[in-house]
Each structure stands twice: as structure tokens, then as C-alpha cells.
Design a protein around this ligand. Structure first.
Ligand code: FES
Length: 96
């Protein structure tokens, strides 16, 4: 039971089990998506969920604070270091 994660910029598609973070996936796949603090504080890892938000964990308080601080208002914006795959049998498309 996996969910397919596509990172559009890197032409990558990976099947992963729920519970994995996007950071785990990026580091295992060789994606060039940049990270900074890796703790939901700097905003370096902002990605845009083109589809499949329903297969991801809920937005955290840290994400809300960072988005406000960097002025990002898109409902598709998430922090790759904070969100996890929450549901199997899905498809998620990410851009950064
Ligand atoms: S790497 Fe700093 S918020 Fe994700």
C-alpha cells in the first residue's frame, strides 16, 4: 500500500508508504529540492502541492507561522520538511 509522489521539477516519481516525510523522499531520491533548518522554521523547503493534498498530513502550526512570515498565501504551499504521506493508494504532484 503506497502512494505515488511526483516531484515535477526533477522528473521524479516514487512510490512510498504512509508515514514517510517528503524530506525522507527527497533525500532518498536525489531531488534537488533545497532544505535549510529541516525543522519547520526557515521556509527554504516550500513546495506547491499541484494535486493530492488529501493524501498528506494536515498543515502544522509551524507551517502556518512560516507561511505568514514569508508572505506565502497560496493554499497549495506546504513545507516539505513538515508534511508526511498520510494515506495509501494516492498520487501527489509537487513543484518547487
Ligand atoms: S527546511 Fe526550514 S522550514 Fe523546511
Amino acid at each position: 500500500m503506497t502512494t505515488r509522489v511526483e516531484i515535477v521539477n526533477d522528473f521524479l516519481a516514487i512510490n512510498v508508504k504512509p508515514g514517510k516525510t517528503i524530506q525522507d523522499i527527497v533525500e532518498a531520491s536525489g531531488s534537488a529540492l533545497p532544505f535549510g533548518c529541516r525543522d519547520g522554521e526557515c521556509g527554504t523547503c516550500v513546495v506547491f502541492v499541484e494535486s493530492g493534498m488529501e493524501f498528506l498530513s494536515d498543515v502544522t502550526d509551524k507551517e502556518k507561522i512560516v507561511m505568514k512570515n514569508i508572505g506565502e498565501t497560496s493554499p497549495k504551499a506546504r513545507l516539505a520538511c513538515q508534511m508526511k504521506i498520510a494515506e495509501p493508494n494516492g498520487q501527489i504532484r509537487l513543484k518547487y
